[in-house]
Design a protein around this ligand. Structure first.
Ligand code: PSU
Ligand code: MN
Length: 303
């Protein structure tokens, strides 16, 4: 399916010369943050990756093509068009065959990154098992993807809009390693810790690179979650954010929000209820993940 892929010159050259490349998703731009903060964030995160010695490749779907690396115009279109489809695995073929504009979720970004030969992917938070999933069965396709596609995802853990405990159980069942970066804890996105632990702790990009090479060298399919805690100065008060998330969850239920709309709805509500503080924290943690992701991509490409 490589014939569907378009690379920007920067990404193409980097891949050809074996330079470190870091994939970035686009649902966080179209559905995770409001305009114009989303475009600003998208450009800044690319810049942080360059400053740390790797090449960023933001991924999206346009004109029936898988774009690996976006121009400023592509980015603007993605951030401002009304009809951008949040594209997870199940949506991918339709979006490409209909030539819609598609924003890639963690799952779809992993598929496209693997196709392009990129092993390291930076985002904010992964999807997971939603609270109440024992009756709704709302479990993000991101988790299945992590079990089968060979890309490492650097994130700030999982948000407590999800059931973090069940998300970790699901990942365990699927054989996906969850690694704390510089921490024993499993971080909860807006805060550096949760009541759960990561499976393993690593303290250097080289350790992550070696683990990935070991895994894929053995033929073990699937990705890894590299959970990098939000920096202290940006983290939000756990009690405050928990209360707000409860409120947002109740509103989602009262309004009958379902399926793929759940995560964007909750993110929007949390932003509204924290008066923008959650957005600031979200941006800060993405930048922090970009720095770590670039280091991991460099370690992976050189050892
Ligand atoms: N979590 C965030 N921000 C996001 C998302 C999740 O903190 O923008 C997005 C990601 O693209 C993720 C997707 O892959 O939501 C998960 O959606 P769902 O739960 O519908 O699978
Ligand atoms: Mn879902």
């Amino acid at each position: 399916m490589k014939h569907l892929v378009d690379y920007t010159q920067e990404v193409k050259e980097a891949l050809e010369s074996g330079k470190a490349v870091v994939a970035l998703e686009s649902t966080i731009i179209s559905h995770g943050m409001p305009y114009p903060e989303n475009v600003k964030m998208a450009k800044e995160v690319e810049q942080v990756i360059r400053e740390n010695g790797a090449v960023p490749a933001t991924i999206a779907l346009m004109d029936g093509r898988i774009k690996i690396g976006l121009t400023d115009e592509d980015l603007e279109l993605l951030a401002t068009s009304q009809n951008v489809r949040k594209t997870s695995r199940r949506d991918l073929a339709y979006v490409l065959s209909e030539k819609e504009i598609g924003a890639t979720t963690v799952a779809t970004t992993m598929i496209c990154a693997e196709l392009a030969g990129i092993q390291v992917f930076v985002t904010g938070g992964i999807g997971g098992v939603h609270r109440g999933a024992e009756t709704t069965m709302d479990i993000s396709a991101d988790l299945e993807e992590l079990s089968q596609t060979n890309v490492a995802v650097i994130c700030a853990g999982a948000k407590s809009i999800l059931d973090i405990g069940l998300t970790l159980e699901y990942l365990e069942t699927k054989g996906v390693p969850v690694v704390g970066y510089g921490t024993d804890a499993f971080p909860a996105f807006y805060s550096a810790t949760s009541q759960f632990k990561s499976n393993f702790r690593v303290d250097s990009p080289e350790q992550v690179a070696e683990m990935l090479k070991m895994k894929w060298g053995m033929g073990l399919q699937g990705g890894a979650v590299i959970a990098n805690p939000i920096p202290d100065e940006s983290s939000l008060d756990e009690k405050e954010i928990t209360a707000i998330i409860e409120d947002a969850l109740q509103q989602a239920e009262a309004q009958g929000v379902k399926g793929k709309d759940v995560t964007p709805f909750l993110l929007g509500k949390v932003k509204e209820l924290t008066e923008g503080k959650s957005l600031e924290a979200n941006i800060a943690l993405v930048m922090n993940n970009a720095r770590v992701g670039a280091e991991i991509a460099k370690a992976y490409s050189t050892n």
